[in-house]
Design a protein around this ligand. Structure first.
Ligand SMILES: O=C(O)c1ccccc1N[C@@H]1O[C@H](COP(=O)(O)O)[C@@H](O)[C@H]1O
Length: 215
């Protein structure tokens, strides 16, 4: 039997939405610590959210090219995962993993066949790979933009690679994404919001329901 689909709801900022994501059956919740994001949460808020979530759902802190002090601050909160969503090199990912002692999701931007080929540089270093749309030139952040990409590019991947899919997924598109791409997991942020940074409980429920129905 195939592994059950992992569903991650990212960009949670409040206990209320955390509870809604857990009640809806999320496997993993993400907290963004990146000041340019409308989903940015302070270290103090993330500490509270992780303590509420511990033992109930896997937790992930999303960072963009963090320095060592940021890594240490986040590692001290005891998340299950750190998601690196910036231009971190394989060497830097390895160093952060060793420094933090936390499993790493490496997010990689996909816009071309070369981007897909670049994934191989990280498969033995990161604990999990997440593919996202390459942000448009001039974007003020490297993700959480609701942008999709050409999923057909992923056909070049090693079929044995278990990866998570993100990038512009919504309750309407996630079933098609699951059936077409057959990812190990799906990750969503802006597709379950009523406005940038404002999560919508009904959209979270619909996303998880539709993802599971297709898996
Ligand atoms: O959510 C953000 O603001 C964000 C900021 C910086 C890097 C990544 C960010 N979000 C992640 O991007 C993907 C795709 O998001 P979306 O569903 O297209 O909105 C996902 O992993 C988000 O957690």
């Amino acid at each position: 039997m195939a592994d059950p689909l992992i569903v991650k709801i990212c960009g949670i900022k409040t206990p209320d939405i955390l509870e809604a994501a857990i009640a809806a059956g999320a496997d993993m919740v993400g907290f963004v610590h990146f000041v340019r994001s409308p989903r940015h949460a302070s270290i103090e808020d993330i500490a509270t959210l992780i303590s509420l979530a511990r033992g109930r759902v896997e937790t992930c802190v999303l960072l963009v090219n963090p320095d060592n002090s940021c890594v240490a601050e986040v590692a001290a909160l005891g998340p299950d995962w750190i998601q690196l969503h910036g231009p971190e090199t394989p060497h830097r990912v390895e160093a952060i993993r060793a420094e933090a002692g936390v499993e790493i999701i490496k997010a990689l931007p996909i816009g071309s066949a070369e981007d897909v080929a670049h994934i191989a540089d990280f498969v033995d270093i990161a604990d999990r790979i997440l593919v996202d749309a390459k942000p448009p030139k001039g974007a003020d952040r490297p993700g959480g933009l609701g942008e999709t990409f050409d999923w057909a590019l992923l056909k070049a991947l090693d079929p044995a690679l278990q990866f998570m899919l993100s990038g512009g997924l919504t309750p309407e598109t996630v079933a098609d994404a699951v059936r077409t791409v057959r990812p190990f997991g799906v990750d969503v942020s802006s597709g379950v919001e009523s406005a940038p940074g404002v999560k919508d409980k009904r959209l979270i429920e619909a996303f998880i329901r539709n993802a599971r129905a297709a898996s």
